[in-house]
Design a protein. Structure first.
Length: 187
């Protein structure tokens, strides 16, 4: 699987490959994103206990593994990293498949609705298609109507698969969305 470096610009948003120097900022985006997006859908004690420093350390270890996961960040001048997304091979039953999976896409709560998520999604879709994935799937909380609308506007549709996701001892229902990808144009 080959990848191309990310350097996409959309108005004042730059999307680029994540580096180890971004781990703290990405952890902040992820933790604050979870706390804002999942309030009322997951146990509040679990959300309150999320720790940015621990998350950043996990990201550093993960990046050091040199795996096939593509991590990207979105930034704005003067604000630094304001969004993060990652994808890789589809995971199920402890195996990886030839299909693609969007593992995560988060934006700082105060940056929602400003095009950051759309810029990250466009880059992830382009990269996954360029790598030859036939489609991209993702899992979304069934109750997360705003995220579901975002994914639907990006061309994803539910495929009928549902699974519970255990969070802080509580089962939270998730549903799978899938979007076919177009192969890259012959150059």
């Amino acid at each position: 699987m080959t990848t191309r470096p990310i350097t996409a610009h959309t108005s004042d948003i730059t999307v680029r490959d994540m580096t180890a120097d971004d781990c703290e900022a990405v952890a902040t985006v992820r933790v604050r994103g979870w706390q804002a997006a999942y309030a009322g859908m997951m146990p509040q004690a679990y959300l309150d206990a999320l720790d940015i420093a621990e998350d950043a350390e996990r990201r550093r270890r993960f990046l050091a593994e040199r795996n096939t996961v593509v991590n990207a960040v979105a930034e704005r001048p003067g604000l630094g990293v304001i969004g993060w997304a990652c994808y890789g091979p589809y995971r199920a039953d402890g195996r990886r498949y030839a299909r693609g999976e969007l593992y995560a896409i988060y934006v700082l709560p105060e940056q929602r609705g400003t095009g950051v998520g759309r810029a990250l999604m466009a880059e992830m879709l382009a990269r996954a298609a360029a790598e030859g994935f036939p489609d991209l799937s993702l899992w979304v909380l069934k109750e997360n109507a705003p995220a579901r609308r975002f994914y639907e506007r990006a061309g994803f549709a539910p495929d009928g698969a549902e699974e519970p996701f255990e969070v802080g001892g509580v089962l939270v229902p998730e549903m799978r969305y899938v979007r076919p990808l177009s192969p890259p144009a012959a150059g």
